[in-house]
Design a protein around this ligand. Structure first.
Ligand code: ACO
Length: 448
């Protein structure tokens, strides 16, 4: 199979959200800390009627309907998630309800988990399957879904929630350049979830930021090497039209792009202009460790990369800024933002994606975009996702109501024998919602 990649996409995020500006006031944070300091505008969250299973059911059903895909045509289904509802039964098995109805149970794949990276593991599995001898000619389907919630404190404003479904096959408008990939995997305790009774992670915020940037550097270096070995010419940011980052919060994305410019500078890549060379000159003698600690380097590299950031990164930032960190879905929501903002100008463009999951696992990979043919065209994907419409029809909760919801969700996590309010008045038609968890912890859902 040739040009294997993403044929179609659908995104779902809860319609319930809280404004970061209001949250700043409520939390007693200084004005601008969440909006400018973290770079976030708004945060989506699940209420008691939604979870990763309901969001996935919604995203998959909607994708199949809107692109008119026969459920029998799916041969592999992989889910990436770090939101644990059951330590054994995969989210994938819940989604089988959709396919069993049509008599299709011949579907490989289960869930992949490692923090925010599981979705990328699922995606690479599906792409590799279509490219392999085991491929039976049917589509792969990838679902990335998480509900990101933090305990009260500085990490709480970096939550979010979403599900993204992606159809995988040959001759894709979003095709993998499978040779150009770099990974970095290592053992670190930067963010982890050792307390199985709580949905909240244990997080070392500062360490997680440094780990993210170190992983970025290493993946970029490997990707550059592989490109240079295969193509016989230097690789730099000038070979890339757009760069999409896993987005825990927008400030880290700004720092990450600046870091890549610094990488090009230290690799002496041709793309770096004279002013950048001059401004970054004083930092060329820093050791790797020193460079992660240097606030001056952070500031100056962000300054010199500002215009390039506006061109190559800004169009990818909309959904992550509006919805928050969606963990496994975050990178693909950033990519969906690019399709939403630039769909008519993307044919022929190269896009680099950086996926990071704490713990840690990370991969940088390259996509080549083509307009494609209806229904698998860039413009149709943008139309189906209807990002503007979904953002506009949301319901803002005051911070007090958000905190109240978090408290209720803490009680519901791991609980049995309850019925939900079944209040789906805020959900749009076609959305799945949780109705009951019985005395055997079995979960039941309905569709609005
Ligand atoms: N106006 C403007 N900016 C402000 C203001 C203000 N009033 N107050 C603070 N800031 C800035 C700070 O200067 C800082 O920006 P800088 O790094 O550019 O200097 C930023 O706001 C954050 O403030 P801090 O005090 O540095 O950080 P804080 O203790 O609030 O925690 C953190 C931020 C670490 C990101 C926390 O939210 C967290 O732990 N989040 C979860 C972990 C995470 O997302 N890690 C990323 C990779 S791992 C993953 O994806 C889960």
């Amino acid at each position: 199979a040739k040009n294997v990649g993403i044929l179609a996409m659908e995104i779902y995020f809860p319609p319930t959200c809280v404004q970061q500006e209001a949250l700043e006031v409520h939390d007693g944070a200084s004005k601008g800390k969440y909006t400018i300091g973290l770079g976030q505008d708004c945060m989506a969250f699940c209420t008691e009627v939604e979870d990763v299973i309901s969001m996935s059911l919604t995203a998959v059903t909607s994708l199949l309907e809107k692109y008119k895909i026969d459920p029998e045509q799916i041969g592999r289904l992989e889910v990436g998630s770090e939101t644990v509802i059951d330590k054994s039964k995969s989210i994938k098995t819940f989604l089988m309800q959709i396919f069993e109805k049509y008599g299709n149970t011949d579907i490989e794949g289960v869930d992949s988990t490692n923090a925010c990276y599981g979705g990328t593991a699922a995606l690479l599995n599906c792409v590799n399957w279509v490219e392999s001898n085991s491929w039976d000619g049917r589509y792969g389907l990838v679902v990335c879904t998480d509900s990101a919630v933090y305990a009260e404190g500085p990490a709480r404003p970096t939550g979010g929630a979403a599900a993204i479904a992606m159809l995988i096959g040959p001759d894709a408008p979003i095709a993998f350049e499978s040779k150009f990939r770099g990974s970095h995997m290592s053992h670190v305790y930067d963010f982890y979830k050792p307390n199985l009774a709580s949905e909240y992670p244990v997080v070392d915020g500062k360490l997680s930021q440094t780990c993210y940037l170190m992983a970025l550097d290493t993946c970029y270096k490997y990707l550059c090497h592989k490109y240079e070995k295969s193509e016989g010419k230097q690789f730099s940011l000038s070979d890339v039209d757009y760069i999409v980052f896993h987005s825990p919060y927008n400030k880290l994305v700004q720092k990450s792009f600046a870091r890549l410019v610094f990488n090009d500078f230290t690799r002496n890549a041709s793309s770096v202009d004279d002013i950048t060379k001059e401004k970054l000159g004083p930092f060329s003698t820093l050791t790797g460790d020193e460079s992660y600690q240097s606030r001056d380097l952070e500031k100056v590299s962000q300054q010199v990369s500002k215009a390039l950031y506006e061109a190559k990164v800004q169009p990818t930032t909309l959904i992550p800024k509006q919805v928050g960190n969606m963990y496994t879905a975050s990178l693909y929501a950033a990519f969906a933002s690019l399709l939403h903002n630039k769909n008519s100008e993307l044919a022929g463009k190269r896009v680099i994606l950086f996926s990071y999951g704490s713990g840690l696992t990370s991969t940088m990979f390259s996509l080549r975009l083509h307009e494609g043919q209806h229904p698998f065209s860039l413009s149709n994907i943008a139309t189906v996702m209807n990002v503007a419409g979904k953002l506009k029809s949301r319901h803002e909760f005051p911070p007090e109501k958000f905190v109240e919801t978090m408290k209720l969700m803490e009680h519901r996590y791991g609980a049995k024998d309850f019925v939900t309010s079944k209040d789906c008045s805020l959900l749009s038609p076609g959305t799945y919602y949780l109705t009951e968890v019985d005395s055997m912890y079995r979960r039941f859902y309905a569709k609005k």
